[in-house]
Design a protein around this ligand. Structure first.
Ligand SMILES: CC(C)(COP(=O)(O)OP(=O)(O)OC[C@H]1O[C@@H](n2cnc3c(N)ncnc32)[C@H](O)[C@@H]1OP(=O)(O)O)[C@@H](O)C(=O)NCCC(=O)NCCS
Length: 163
């Protein structure tokens, strides 16, 4: 596993670095919910990205925990753990990595680090869902022995955490 990949809790300073990484190296639809209007990183979409993370992770009552992903100290993406409603002990994992860093083992390292974080916070299961077209997530999960199965329009998988 790559040793230059690290996770750091999102804070306001890192949010600016994360916005920069997203604008430079990712498509808005890969990293945030859709925002109506012209495509690309418009001023409105940049503000929505910041508001999205502020409300979900930096508010007084955060709904999920977000980490910035750094490679040799440089922010290249984000990973999150969000408690699943009505399933105590289960968190949903989500990850995006800047295009120029994909396919080089960053995702595999992030997955291991994210599972460690979930375990350390007392969770016993991590849930993943993606689209059938997302070969990278399928390969990532296969790499830890978790097969994704169809659930409606999505592919889903559960990783049991052992201490
Ligand atoms: C999904 C994502 C996080 C994977 O991260 P990554 O750094 O590219 O993954 P890695 O380089 O560690 O590769 C993990 C495995 O996926 C495979 N893989 C990577 N990109 C792939 C692609 N585009 N198509 C098929 N397989 C791919 C690698 O070969 C590797 O498989 P292996 O272990 O059998 O060799 C990254 O592609 C990404 O950020 N995508 C955009 C956002 C996204 O789709 N997020 C997930 C939403 S559920």
């Amino acid at each position: 596993m790559r040793s230059d990949v690290t996770l750091h809790p999102l804070d306001r300073a890192r949010l600016q670095d994360l916005l920069h990484a997203a604008v430079e190296d990712a498509d808005p639809l890969e990293v945030m919910p859709p925002v109506p209007g012209p495509g690309g990183w418009t001023t409105e979409r940049r503000s929505a990205f910041v508001r999205f993370h502020e409300s979900r992770s930096l508010s007084a009552h955060p709904v999920e925990t977000t980490f910035v992903i750094a490679v040799s100290g440089r922010v290249v993406g984000a990973a999150r753990l969000c408690p699943v409603e009505d399933r105590d002990g289960t968190v949903e994992a989500g990850v995006w990595i800047g295009r120029s860093h994909r396919g080089t083992g960053v995702g595999s390292a992030v997955l291991e680090l994210l599972l460690d974080r979930a375990r350390a916070s007392g969770c016993d299961e991590v849930y993943v869902s993606t689209t059938p077209q997302n070969s990278a997530v399928r390969a990532l999960m296969a790499g830890i022995g978790t097969e994704l199965v169809a659930d409606g329009d999505e592919l889903v998988g559960r990783v049991r955490l052992t201490s």
